[in-house]
Every structure is written in C-alpha cells, then in structure tokens.
Design a protein around this ligand. Structure first.
Ligand code: ADP
Ligand code: ASP
Ligand code: MG
Length: 433
C-alpha cells in the first residue's frame, strides 16, 4: 500500500491512512513525504547553493514547526509524543548542519530525503499508539540503483527479504518511498513522484498479491483532470496502456512504475484515500476492449527534423542518427520518417547543442521548442477500424507537427504546440468520450 503526499498531508490524513492499513491487516506500506515538503527541501537546497543562509535557516525553522505541530496533533500518548519530539530534535539538528557544509548534488539528495524520513517516523509512532504490530524499515538498506541509475532489482529483493526476516510475525512493514542508495552507496532518489516506483519495486520483490497506490483521486481518469472538466475514472487498464499513460504525462503514476508490476504480473490498483469505497482503477493483463480509454499529455518536448538528400534508399542512415542521441544519452520519445527526412522528439535539451552540431553533418536540421505530446491510449490494435480517424478528426482545427501510430497496439501520439495543449485535450474528451 503506497500513500502519496496528500494522503499523509496532515495529522488527520495520517490517521485516516493508518485506519486503512489497519483494516487491511497485513501490508507493506510505502509513504511519500507530506505534500509540499519535497518542494520545500528543494527550495532549501537552492538557498544553500545560493549562499542565502538566513533564508535557509528560516525555511528549516518553518519546516520544523510544521512537524512539531503535526506530531502534537497526531500522537496523544505522552511517552510516544516525547519520542516523536526527541526524534525531531535529532533530525532537525542534522538538517541544520547542511547550510554550513560544502554543498553539491550529493548533499542535495541527502536533504531531499528528509521528507520521507520525517513522514514515516511520525506514522510509525502513531501505528504504535494504535497498538499495531508494525515495524519501520529503512528504505536505504534495500532500495538501490545500479551504475546506470536503474533500480537493482536483485539487490532489492535479496535485501528486503533480509530486513523483513529480522522481524518475524510482524503484520505491517512501513518504509520510505522515493529514497534509495546509488551504486556507490550514497543517498539518492527515484526522481520526483518516485514513491510509486518504490511501491511497485517492493511489490515485485516480495511477490505481493496486489500493489495499491492510494492517492487523492479515484483512479486513472480518461483525461487530465487538471485541464479538462468532467473526466471520469477508467475501471480497467492493461499494463501497457497504463505504462503509456504514465510515461506520457498522467501524473497519477510515476513514468516507469508500471514496469516492475507488469514484469511480475502483479495487479496495480489506484485508489482514493478520501473515498476508499470507490472502485478506482485496476491495472493488469486486461482483455482487449476495442475502446479508446484515456488521453494524457507530456510537456517540454523538443522536435528535431533532419532533411537529407542522401537518405533516399540509403541503409544505415537511421542508425547514424540514433547513434548521436545515444552518444549524448538523450532518449527519443517519438519518431516519424519520410523518404527525405526524419523527425524525432526529445524531452531533455541538456545536450541539444552538440547533438545538433553532429546532426548537421547529415543535412538540414530544424528545431521546434515548447511542444507537447498528446497521447491517446486504448485497445488500438490496427485491425480495429476508425480510431485513428476519430483522433485526427477531433484535432482538425489544431496544427499537428507529428503523428505516431502503429508502434504498439495501445497508442496514437500527436505532437502539437504548447499553447494548443488544453484545447486539444478538451476536444479529444468531447469527441472520444
Ligand atoms: P500523490 O501525491 O498521491 O502521488 P500525485 O499528485 O502525484 O499524487 O498524482 C495524483 C494527481 O494526478 C491527481 O490529483 C491529478 O491531478 C493528477 N492527474 C493527472 N492526470 C491524471 C489522470 N489521467 N487521472 C487521474 N489523475 C491525474
Ligand atoms: N516526495 C517525492 C516527491 O514529491 C516522491 C513522491 O511523493 O512520490 O516527488
Ligand atoms: Mg505522485
């Protein structure tokens, strides 16, 4: 059971989530930081980098006050409350050392990890107060990435088993989402929103019956509820459909969190802590439905077009193009080709300059910044007629830079301008659902 930031966002929400865990009986529980805390810690790190020590000290004071208040509201037992405050003493005195330190990316990652350390510490004491047979495990003892920055699934499996075996007969294991160690043993994390990924990795490692992602909405909606009114939850998704939606911008799931569950064939259920009786969404090896299920959008996309007079009938051209992106460790999201050119998209401009420099050797290169990929997901097996026509028709008044269809049985992606994103999402909802 993974509870996100809003689901642990106040003492009252923590009480609610603990009652959901108590009702489940046996569970491994992954917690995010309280909502807002990770952002505060990132802004604190920026203050430290900028040498604004007064501002940094104030931010730490504000954060400490928030946690002292939350502890007092959450815990009534005198001895346990005393323990919470004494833990806060040591956690905050540790945090206060950072502004005086030499501060690089390593220290920033340590600072950002405080959020999940704080939320799990408080919830663990509250579980004790409720008389639950629970143990807090330190995620940095078993969550680990390899030298490619990918989760080391073998290490995780082996070490979480060791950690759990130290506490036989326990009903509830509690641990931090998001945080881990890298291959050098330093504190690291699984990127923003990474607690979902922790939950899925742990679910696969312990061969859980089900992975539950508890959040602030009743499942995966058929469009982005932040931009479109009247969206509705999708009751079932195939693993592949959910993976496409997560990767292409449905914020409810971390981009890669579906993979471990899919690989282990463990269903993932998206549930709402504020409305626990709602059915939510279940992600599994769902049967084909012959329907379009949902739409998502991914921002900050750059499109690159390479037009080459030599491409005609030339084998090896695409390989040369892709090798440049590989050399600069820049993943490609979308591709379209014609006889005289190829267009690709990337979501990371860090190495754009050298990439363009090398691509120009092949021909004429043009770049479009601030683009958005709109991704339509469902049972889009090519023999199911008419879906692509419906999608294109819905967007007939919006300029479309690229279209990608047929790469999988599950998606159609379209590249549009940033300013057209909200109208495009709305039009797709009107036409498709
Ligand atoms: P948590 O803190 O629990 O991890 P997130 O904020 O990361 O929660 O994800 C939940 C949010 O995702 C929702 O409140 C909603 O605004 C947003 N969201 C974006 N796209 C979708 C979608 N297709 N379905 C449901 N929620 C979505
Ligand atoms: N606390 C982290 C974040 O805000 C991880 C998570 O909540 O999933 O990104
Ligand atoms: Mg999230």
């Amino acid at each position: 059971m993974k509870f996100g930031g809003t689901s642990v966002g106040s003492a009252q929400r923590m009480k609610n989530m603990v009652s959901l865990v108590a009702a489940a009986g046996n569970a491994t529980v992954v917690l995010s930081a309280m909502s807002g805390t990770t952002n505060s810690l990132i802004s604190l790190s920026q203050c430290i980098v900028d040498g604004e020590s007064g501002n940094a000290a104030k931010q730490i004071d504000d954060l400490e006050k928030k946690y002292r208040d939350t502890a007092s509201e959450l815990i009534s037992d005198t001895a346990l409350l005393k323990e919470a405050h004494s833990n806060l003493d040591s956690i905050f005195s540790e945090l206060r050392q950072y502004p005086a330190m030499e501060f690089s990316e390593k220290q920033e990652k340590e600072v950002v990890a405080f959020g999940e350390r704080l939320s799990t510490m408080l919830v663990s004491l509250y579980m004790k107060e409720k008389g639950m047979n629970s143990v807090l495990l330190d995620a940095t003892e078993f969550m680990r990435t390899n030298s490619d920055g990918e989760p080391d699934q073998e290490y995780i499996k082996e070490n979480i088993e060791i950690a759990m075996k130290r506490h036989p007969g326990v009903d509830v294991f509690l641990t931090q989402g998001f945080i881990c160690r890298n291959h050098k043993g330093e504190i690291d994390n699984l990127q923003r929103g990474g607690s979902d990924y922790t939950a899925s990795l742990i679910g696969a490692a312990i061969n859980a019956d089900e992975i539950q992602i508890w959040t602030d909405i009743d499942g995966m909606h058929n469009n982005d509820p932040r931009f479109v009114e009247g969206t509705t939850p999708v009751s079932e998704l195939h693993f592949e459909e959910a993976a496409e939606l997560a990767y292409f911008g449905a914020k409810i799931l971390h981009p890669t969190c579906v993979q471990p569950a899919k690989h282990a064939n463990i269903p993932v259920r998206l549930l709402n802590t504020m409305q626990p009786e709602a059915p939510g969404t279940v992600i599994f090896n769902a049967k084909p439905t012959h329907t379009i299920k949902a739409v998502a959008a991914k921002d900050n996309i750059t499109a690159i077009k390479i037009k080459s007079s030599h491409m005609l009938l030339a084998y090896g051209f695409l390989r040369k193009v892709f090798e440049i992106f590989e050399k600069y460790q820049t993943p490609i999201d979308m591709i379209t080709t014609s006889e005289v050119g190829v267009s690709v998209t990337i979501d990371n401009e860090r190495n754009l300059k050298p990439i363009l420099g090398e691509l120009e050797e092949f021909g004429n290169v043009t770049v479009d910044h601030d683009m958005v990929i709109v991704c339509v997901v469902g049972d889009l097996e090519w023999k199911n007629r008419g879906f692509e026509a419906e999608v294109v028709n819905a967007l007939k008044d919006i300029p479309v830079r690229m279209i990608s269809y047929g790469g999988s049985n599950y998606n159609i992606s379209l590249l549009i301008r940033k300013e057209d994103k909200i109208p495009a999402l709305q039009l797709l909802s009107e036409h498709l659902f």
